[in-house]
Design a binder for this molecule. Structure first.
Ligand code: ATP
Length: 596
């Protein structure tokens, strides 16, 4: 495919935010291309070069890209800077400054494959002289491009290509383009994606062999699968009822979820909940895992928790978050914040995939696989079939420093459901005994400048939950408390990369913050209760016409959810069910609904 045709598709995608239209444009586009062109096309569309978990980055800084644009357009760097001040977007700038293709030496038009391989070359350049290689390759690429093509190339290299095409929409389009578009077809395509986390792989397989092509996609060591997620429940009696009277209960450790891939030979890889590779940040776990597992290859899952290695006590979660994202001081951090991995599931045991086995069988396998060491342990577990035993175990978990329990179904159908949230796993946390049943993970979409002591800084952030069906972020609170001085001072810099000039299409609110952000950063808040509000848009109209849900007295818990992307924040539907469980609680006690 010529790159110009893809760019024409990009233009159409940029012009709409309606999910059905986006899907129709995608279907048309996908049908025109050869199967081998699909991986590049779907990765590029996501603003990536490879599946996200591979962590491939172009490594092109703004200044470098601006220099390349100057060289490719033959204009002085000052002219580029000047235009950039006006447009605020290097893509628009290069489109303006680059003479039309026909007026230059006409080489062959660019193909998608060519653009992709040049971008890969830019990403691969590292070490001494790499900056020059990157600039040079980019200059050559732009010089061969039309102004419209160059616009997207520039945006892509700066990580600013936002077409609003989410993974789920691509899966929708694949099911229509290469299968019958039915719910079943869509489900099978999504299942393959959940197992491989690789949109390109799934797209190519479906294009080549339809749904049959998906059979070849399974769990592979080194390629993370999307984690199985838990529902929540207001009390332990409800948990037991949902589990038909009998369940496994495990300590619910408060740390970072880790998916560990231990190959037969070669280095161990650790992935976070959102499938970023984090092996480099926990070298002691990488080293400890092969020794703790009796068989290899293996893929196991657990929670990485800070511990006091002398007393065996669990430490607060916040400590382990100090180790996230670190590139330096790794050794010091290892001794300052020692961690232990508590394993709770096995997905590959030897060469056998265990995903389809019921949970009790997986646990049996896990127990046979793991030998407890200083760094790696089995998650504490018991089986309960009555409420007093469940309550006792819960108290024990809290006393041990956990945040609650995870109940797991023992039923025949309790296989591992990658990427799915359901009542096969139910989380029940200590805080559920307080006013609001759970904390909420909100996406930052705006900020308000502070007054007085907070002058010149942000005084409050505007938070949104995610409406999956509408693919939209709906606000539910302004949060200003819970930030210590140091965090407040850091906020503008932390959020600057996501700043945008106006309200993003995908954000729904009646409020007008001083600064808008593209939905990207997720943080955890707690509040006293959920109420109805005319200005917030979360689950708008679901309880009462003209009202959305708002969190009263929100407070930042101190926890940045760097392990969650905006699409994984609390959803509007979850907020609605929290509201409903709270109403039930309150009315049970004889009071009325929360004030509106
Ligand atoms: P979720 O992962 O469900 O979106 P979350 O990231 O906000 O939610 P919690 O609501 O605290 O996290 O609970 C779920 C998380 O608990 C799991 O993703 C996992 O990281 C952690 N966890 C701790 N102990 C266990 C356990 N024994 N079994 C499964 N998960 C556990």
């Amino acid at each position: 495919m010529r790159f110009a045709d893809l760019v024409a598709g990009y233009d159409r995608l940029e012009a709409t935010s309606k999910r059905l239209e986006v899907r129709a444009i995608l279907v048309e586009l996908l049908k025109q291309v050869t199967p081998s062109e699909l991986p590049p096309i779907v990765y590029l569309m996501q603003g990536e070069l490879r599946p996200e978990f591979e962590g491939v980055e172009l490594g092109v800084a703004d200044s470098l890209a601006a220099r390349a644009v100057a060289q490719a357009t033959g204009r002085p760097e000052s002219a580029v800077a000047e235009s950039l001040r006006r447009t605020g977007d290097l893509g628009t700038t290069v489109e303006e400054l680059l003479p039309s293709r026909s007026s230059r030496l006409a080489a062959e038009p660019l193909t998608v494959h060519e653009v992709y391989s040049e971008l890969q070359r830019i990403a691969a350049a590292s070490g001494e002289g790499s900056q020059e290689t990157k600039v040079h390759t980019l200059v050559e690429l732009i010089a061969r491009a039309s102004p419209a093509e160059a616009k997207y190339i520039a945006r892509f290299v700066l990580g600013k290509l936002r077409l609003g095409v989410r993974e789920m929409t691509v899966l929708d389009a694949l099911s229509v383009a290469f299968a019958d578009g039915s719910k079943e077809a869509r489900g099978r395509i999504e299942a393959a994606f959940n197992l491989s986390s690789d949109l390109g792989l799934v797209a190519e397989a479906t294009a080549r062999h339809g749904l049959d092509g998906l059979r070849s996609i399974g769990l592979e060591v080194g390629r993370p699968l999307r984690p199985m997620l838990a529902e929540r429940s207001p009390d332990l009696a409800d948990v037991l009822k949902r589990m038909e009277g009998r369940a496994a209960l495990e300590y619910k450790y408060d740390g970072l979820r880790v998916q560990a891939h231990v190959p037969a030979k070669g280095p161990v890889k650790l992935f976070s909940r959102r499938l970023e590779e984090i092996s480099g940040q926990f070298p002691e776990l990488v080293a400890a895992l092969p020794e703790a597992l009796r068989r290899r290859p293996a893929v196991v899952e657990g929670e990485c928790v800070p511990v006091d290695l002398d007393t065996d006590e669990l430490r607060p979660f916040q400590e382990v978050s100090r180790r996230r994202g670190r590139k330096y001081d790794l050794e010091r951090m290892q001794s300052e914040v020692p961690v232990r991995l508590f394993l709770f599931d096995v997905l590959l045991d030897g060469r056998e995939t265990t995903l389809e086995l019921p949970f009790p069988e997986r646990r049996r396998r896990l127990e046979a696989l793991v030998q407890n060491t200083d760094r790696v342990r089995l998650a504490v577990q018991t089986t309960v079939s009555d409420l007093p035993s469940a309550e006792r175990f819960f108290e024990e978990a809290i006393a041990a420093g956990c945040e609650g329990v995870m109940a797991k179904s023992l039923a025949e159908g309790s296989r591992y459901r990658a990427g799915a949230r359901g009542f096969w796993w139910i989380k029940y946390k200590r805080e559920y005994t307080h006013a609001l049943a759970d904390s909420v993970d909100g996406v930052v979409v705006g900020a308000f400048y502070g007054h007085g002591r907070r002058g010149g800084r942000y005084g409050a952030l505007l938070l949104a939950v995610y409406d999956r069906a509408a693919d939209r972020f709906e606000t539910f609170c302004k949060v200003g408390s819970g930030f210590d001085d140091a965090t407040l001072a850091e906020l503008p810099a932390k959020l600057r990369p996501y700043e945008v000039a106006e309200r993003p299409e995908s954000v729904a609110t009646e409020l007008a913050p001083d600064v808008w952000f593209r939905p990207a950063v997720v943080l955890e808040v707690r509040g006293a209760e959920l109420t109805l509000s005319p200005i917030h848009r979360a689950s708008f109209g679901a309880v009462r016409p003209g009202a959305g849900l708002a969190l009263r007295f929100p407070r930042f818990t101190g926890r940045w959810r760097d392990d969650k992307g905006p699409g994984e924040a609390t959803t509007s539907a979850e907020l609605l069910s929290l509201y409903r469980s709270q109403v039930r609680h309150v009315t049970k006690g004889g009071a009325t609904e929360p004030e509106t």
